[in-house]
Design a protein around this ligand. Structure first.
Ligand code: AMP
Ligand code: ZN
Length: 255
């Protein structure tokens, strides 16, 4: 079996554990290697898929939107595009500057919130994302260092389906490159998540196994499941009375 076949077999095994074929799926696509790969494979395997992209409104993001458009057009997949600017009156860069928090925090919170809102409008209860094993392990370690239990619970959100959760990033990138997907592999120019980078470097330097981190987390955090509440403003999933996004949006409005 060559690399591509082996990779597909591995992802299919994970996918079958999570998704039944009769359900219509919404895949959140960023135009990056992970989400494009899972969208491609689900479609190839005959799942009934639609795609949702949040147009962040950054100038550099236009290429991602165009790539996703072309990809979905070629495969005949329906693509929904929700624009941050249309929904919130401002592009992501402006929201980041006004919020005065870390760029990645503001972008992540708003993105998750908009994905949930659009999915609900389109009649989907859950959304497929392209999160990979390395993302997962890094987030677990970051949350442990920061004692961030809410973020830890988000990692196991019942509203997300993550078929690539146990697949190393390197393998996904190799697959995407071998498949020749038209993708931008560059990191976001506004990314300021120095702490994530630190954790990533630490994992590399000490050869910490991402799979071991994930296994440890999953064995010990089962009891944290199912404790989501509804945000009293937007009705989306929240760990408290008001969700992070609504708090952030209120803060930006006041500025
Ligand atoms: P990230 O947090 O950027 O690593 O993205 C993790 C996953 O979230 C991706 O694999 C996508 O499934 C989803 N995602 C990220 N950015 C977007 C976006 N702009 N629009 C839709 N989905 C996204
Ligand atoms: Zn809310």
């Amino acid at each position: 079996m060559d690399f591509k076949e082996e990779f597909e077999k591995k992802v299919m095994k994970e996918t079958k554990k999570l998704i039944k074929k009769d359900k219509k799926l919404l895949v959140a696509v960023s135009g990056g290697k992970d989400s494009i790969t899972i969208l491609y494979l689900l479609h190839k395997w005959g799942y009934d898929v639609e795609a949702l992209m949040i147009d962040l409104g950054f100038r550099f993001f236009k290429e991602h939107v165009d790539n996703a458009r072309e990809f979905c057009r070629e495969l005949g997949i329906k693509l929904h595009i929700a624009s941050v600017k249309k929904e919130l009156g401002r592009g992501m860069r402006e929201l980041q500057l006004r919020a005065g928090k870390s760029n990645c925090f503001t972008c992540g919170v708003i993105k998750r919130w908009l994905i949930n809102r659009k999915a609900k409008e389109l009649g989907f209860e859950k959304v497929v994302t392209g999160h990979n094993l390395d993302d997962y392990a890094e987030s677990i370690l970051m949350n442990i260092f920061m004692n961030n239990r809410n973020a830890s619970r988000n990692l196991r959100s019942p509203f997300r389906i993550k078929p690539l959760n146990y697949i190393p990033e390197k393998e996904i990138e190799k697959y995407a490159r071998e498949m020749g997907f038209k993708i931008n592999y560059e990191a976001c120019p506004y990314s300021d998540n120095a702490f994530r980078r630190l954790v990533l470097n630490m994992m590399r330097e000490y050869e910490i196994s991402a799979m071991n981190v994930v296994k440890m987390f999953e064995k010990t955090s089962m009891k944290e499941e199912g404790k989501f509440r509804k945000c009293s403003i937007c009705g989306g999933p929240s760990s408290g009375e008001i969700c992070n996004a609504c708090r952030l949006i209120n803060l930006i409005k006041k500025k």
